[in-house]
Ligand binder design. Sequence first.
Ligand SMILES: [Fe+2]
Length: 295
Amino acid sequence: MAQLATKSEPITAKSYQHFEAAPQTGSFGALIKNIQVADAIENDELFADLYQAWLDYQVLFFRDQELSPGQHLKLGERFGEIQKPGYAPNLEGFEGVWVQEYPDLYDGIVADLDWHSDSSFREQPTRGSLLYALDVPVSGGDTVWSDMCAAYEDLAPPWKTMVDGLSAIHDNMTRNLFRALSRLSVEEFAKVREYLPPNEHPVVCTHPESGRKYLFVSELMTRDIAGMNDRESRAVLDFLFAHQTRPEYQCRFNWEPNSLVLWDNFSTLHRGIFDFGQSHRLMHRVSFNTPWKPA
Ligand SMILES: [Fe+2]
């Protein structure tokens, strides 16, 4: 008989010195109440608590945060090196604060509507991100995360054995190739390819801090399994893409103005839900890197 129960352990509520963490699903994600995250810029103890909670829950949610663009950058600097501006528009005077504004962004290449881990196509993918809401639709416009530790842990042993030994090609053009070709000149396209070349990463990585294994593929970024022909590669990836985004592993967040989310970009995937038509949605994102490469 098929085994229906998931094998990964459900998370529990936890108390830290400065706050309580309220789990938002049975898998991952926690709401942190009654603190201002900006205080962690100066307060080492609060920062240590936040860092531990981030490792414990992978995604942390905060409401009613006062966070200026300058504070947003300083907070990101506590976690790692701020990701340099690339192809995304940055806030004037605040290099490293990426502005996501809809409906304006619909005119470009909307990349957030497929599951992904930010910049997984880079040699050193984004370690984590701090996404802050300034203006949100009356309803809709949620973001969903998916827990790649639980998705790996729930795989049956024969699948684990197979994927443990695989690596995959991550390519920024996996889903955007034709949109990019239709919008960019030959020279621009060549420049993008040179600036953002594909990279190969293990399909299963071990988290550098928690030590947990996690699946590191996604439908937006993962093009092929290395060493497989296209039919074999599709069969493996289509299974993993369907498996890793099952509702059991998901955590969905409804934004309010001044909500802030901090996520572990190694061990989770995310995607936007574009159900808010032409409504205004303005977000600031600060992403940070560490020297670690997926392994
Ligand atoms: Fe993203």
